[in-house]
Design a protein around this ligand. Structure first.
Ligand code: PLP
Length: 434
């Protein structure tokens, strides 16, 4: 029981009685940083207001989808219009084709896709498809990459090199993860060893090309190249989880960023979500026709969804994609993100705080470390206590970043230079007290 009169505290107390931990997704609970989560009352542009009416500059943006900021007029109009035509039919619509065509037009090599309602569903279906299409069982994933909360993907590295992992959640039997191999991100030697030993049983390799669930860690060009080559050589499918990076780091996703350095580069299956729904529950997975046609009703791999391709969600996604596809959109977004990251770096340096930061398009990450980490082990060397001071210092000054040091941040087109400069000034004050 609290004696606080802060409306956020009161709501949290009420929420805890009926919702485990008071939240419907664990990271919202502020467990890592302490304190009470802010209950959002409303949001507009780059801001949201909490239950007490306090305004925050929002660098989470629903963990990525709100690339246009909150309440973009074109998106609102599309959603309002869609709502009046019915909320869900459980029968096909033209808008699903339009969205599929719009996504495929931006993805060289992708010929078909299927719409689902969450990134978790898309990731889970993609590995089932990879297993079904290859007739093999083993999936490689990398430590620190998140692919949703499907059983087979909630796995951490076992001890030693190239071993099969252990479940990270209770309720996942060892048998369910026995075919999931967990390797270190950016470790080429370990990757080569895994394919040398198990190549014939590997169905697919799933990765975040720029890992946003360990803050912001890029796969090196060499690592990316070897992932592609080894999959091709051993008949495994390369699955790019672009739920976060797709339509966020560039219009063509992270794969288009790597294609600049690796000629002809493309994954076999791409998993998408977040931005393509524009804030509504919508995700997708897609690839070559021969692979995608393994799905029911054409093929033997079963996958389905009552709300898949929902008419309101597809309207929201289409309107969002239309806006971000306009000429100059990503150039402007990238410039804003650079302004933020460069400002933060300069402020930290001035205050003598070890700080490293990186960004691509509208996604950024920073670490209280002297240099950028390359894998999960290095990310975890970040100073948690100092991060918490920084987090709360920013929150007290009206700036909302992810409440955990292993999460990326997001800038929207609605953030103005003044919002970014205000953020940098707030951070400069906090850095001086770190
Ligand atoms: C958010 C995320 C997911 C899961 O998506 P949900 O819609 O939360 O189920 C999967 N993969 C990556 C890379 C993500 O960032």
């Amino acid at each position: 029981m609290t004696s606080s009169t802060d409306p956020n505290d009161l709501l949290m107390e009420r929420a805890r009685r009926v919702i485990p931990g008071g939240v419907n997704s664990p990271v919202r609970a502020f467990r890592a940083v302490g304190g009470t989560p802010r209950f959002v009352q409303r949001a507009q542009g780059p801001y949201f207001w909490d239950a007490g009416g306090t305004r925050y500059i929002d660098y989470i943006g629903s963990w990525g989808p709100m690339i246009l900021g909150h309440g973009h007029p074109a998106v609102l109009e599309a959603v309002q219009k869609a709502v009046t035509g019915g909320l869900s039919y459980g029968a096909p619509t033209e808008r699903e084709i339009e969205l599929a065509e719009a996504i495929i037009a931006l993805r060289p090599g992708m010929e078909m896709l299927r719409l689902v309602s969450s990134g978790t569903e898309a990731g889970m279906s993609a590995i089932r498809l990879a297993r079904g299409a290859t007739g093999r069982s083993v999936i490689i994933k990398f430590e620190g990459c998140y692919h949703g909360h499907a059983d087979a993907l909630l796995v951490k590295a076992g001890s030693g090199l190239a071993t099969f992992g252990h479940a990270t959640s209770a309720g996942v039997p060892p048998e369910v993860v026995q075919h999931t191999m967990v390797l270190e991100y950016n470790n080429v030697a370990q990757l080569e060893q895994a394919f040398a030993e198990h190549g014939a049983s590997i169905a697919g390799l799933i990765m975040e090309p720029i890992a946003g669930n360990m803050n912001f860690v890029r796969a090196s060009v060499e690592f990316t190249r070897r992932c592609r080559e080894l999959c091709t050589q051993h008949g495994a499918l390369l699955i790019y989880d672009e739920v976060m990076t797709g339509f966020r780091v560039a219009l063509g996703g992270a794969q288009s960023v790597y294609a600049r350095s690796i000629a002809g580069f493309e994954p076999d299956i791409t998993v998408m979500g977040k931005v393509i729904g524009g804030g509504m529950p919508l995700a997708a997975f897609g690839g070559k026709r021969a692979v995608m046609e393994q799905l029911a009703p054409l093929g033997p791999v079963y996958q389905a969804g009552t709300l898949s391709g929902n008419p309101v969600a597809t309207a929201c996604g289409l309107a969002t994609l239309r806006e971000i596809g306009k000429p100059g959109f990503f150039e402007a977004l990238t410039a804003k993100t650079h302004r933020l990251v460069d400002g933060l770096k300069a402020a930290a340096q001035k205050a003598g705080v070890p700080f490293a930061a990186d960004s691509e398009g509208g996604m950024f990450g920073f670490f209280l470390l002297p240099e950028l980490p390359r894998n999960y082990g290095q990310v975890m060397k970040s100073d948690g206590a100092r991060f918490n001071t920084l987090f709360h210092g920013l929150l007290d000054r009206g700036v909302y970043i992810a409440p955990a040091l292993y999460e990326a941040g997001f800038v929207s087109s609605a953030h103005s230079e003044a919002d970014i400069d205000a953020t940098v000034s707030a951070a400069a004050e906090v850095f001086r007290s770190l």
